[in-house]
Design a protein around this ligand. Structure first.
Ligand SMILES: C[S@@+](CC[C@H](N)C(=O)[O-])C[C@H]1O[C@@H](n2cnc3c(N)ncnc32)[C@H](O)[C@@H]1O
Length: 232
C-alpha cells in the first residue's frame, strides 16, 4: 500500500447511510477521545480562536460545520467559558444520527442543528468564526469547493478547517494507537481510510486555491485558514 497519493476510491464505513446504527453511535461518541488526542484544537484555540474572539470585544457566534457528535464545539465552548468569552456556539451536520449524539453530549453548551452550509446561508445565518474538523477529506472536489466557498460566505471573520495530514508515520502510529479505543466502533477501519484519503498540506492548498492558506498547527495536522466574506 502506498501513501504517495490520496486514495479517493476508499469510502468510510460511517459514510454508508445503511451502516450499523449502534456502531455509528459508538464511533461518534468515541470521537471525543480521539479528537482530544490527535486533532490539535486546544493549540488552535490558544493561538487563533481565543485571541480573535477576545479581540471582538462583543458577543460572538461560532459555527462547527460537519460537527458529527459535537465534541469539538463542546470542548471549545468549555474553554471559552473558562476564559470568560461570551460566545454562541452552533454545531451543524446534515446527518441526523450525528446530531442525535451531539445533542445528547452537549446541548447545554451548544445549539445543534441538522442542516448544511447551503441551508444556513439561505436562512441568513452569519457567524464570526466558521470551523470544521475532519470533514475536508470526506468531500469530492466539487463538494470541497462548495464547502470552502460557503463556509467563507457564512463568516464575517475567520474560517478554520482542520484535518489529518496523510503520511506513513501518522498511518503507522494510528494503526497501533487506536487498538484500545477501536472495539465496537468503526474507528480502526475509518481512521486508516481517512488517513489514506486525506491531503498533504501542499495538495490541500492547491485544491483550495486563493485566498486559502494551509499551515501545520501540530504533528500530522493541516489547517486551512481564510477570512470570511459575509456581508455584515
Ligand atoms: C469524520 S466526521 C467528523 C465529525 C466531527 N467534525 C469530528 O471531528 O468528530 C465527518 C462529518 O462530516 C459531515 N459532512 C459530510 N459532508 C458534509 C458537508 N458537505 N457539510 C457538512 N458536513 C458534512 C458528516 O455528516 C460527518 O458527520
Amino acid at each position: 500500500m502506498s501513501l504517495a497519493t490520496r486514495d479517493t476510491t476508499l469510502r468510510e464505513l460511517m459514510d454508508d447511510p445503511a451502516c450499523d446504527p449502534e456502531l455509528l453511535r459508538a464511533t461518534l461518541r468515541r470521537f471525543d477521545t480521539i479528537n482530544r488526542l490527535v486533532s490539535g484544537w486546544g493549540r488552535v484555540y490558544r493561538s487563533r480562536i481565543r485571541p480573535y474572539l477576545a479581540s471582538l470585544d462583543r458577543p460572538a457566534r461560532v459555527l462547527d460545520l460537519g460537527c458529527g457528535g459535537g465534541d469539538v464545539v463542546t470542548h471549545l465552548a468549555r474553554h471559552a467559558a473558562r476564559d470568560g468569552l461570551d460566545v454562541e456556539w452552533v454545531g451543524a451536520d446534515p446527518d441526523p444520527r450525528a446530531i442525535e449524539v451531539a445533542i445528547a453530549r452537549g446541548a447545554w453548551r451548544a445549539r445543534f442543528a441538522c442542516t448544511d452550509s447551503t441551508a444556513l446561508l439561505d436562512a441568513g445565518e452569519r457567524f464570526d468564526l466558521v470551523l470544521s474538523n475532519h470533514v475536508l477529506h470526506h468531500l469530492t472536489p466539487t463538494e470541497l469547493t462548495r464547502f470552502a466557498d460557503e463556509s467563507r460566505r457564512l463568516s464575517r471573520g475567520l474560517v478554520l478547517h482542520g484535518d489529518i495530514e496523510r503520511g506513513r508515520t501518522a498511518y503507522a502510529l494510528y494503526a497501533i494507537g487506536i487498538t484500545p479505543f477501536a472495539p465496537g466502533t468503526f474507528l480502526r477501519t475509518d481512521g486508516l481510510r481517512s488517513i489514506r484519503r486525506s491531503y498533504r498540506g501542499g495538495e490541500l492548498a492547491a485544491s483550495l486555491g486563493q485566498p486559502w492558506r494551509v499551515v501545520r498547527p501540530a504533528w500530522f495536522r493541516v489547517l486551512a485558514e481564510a477570512t470570511g466574506c459575509a456581508d455584515d
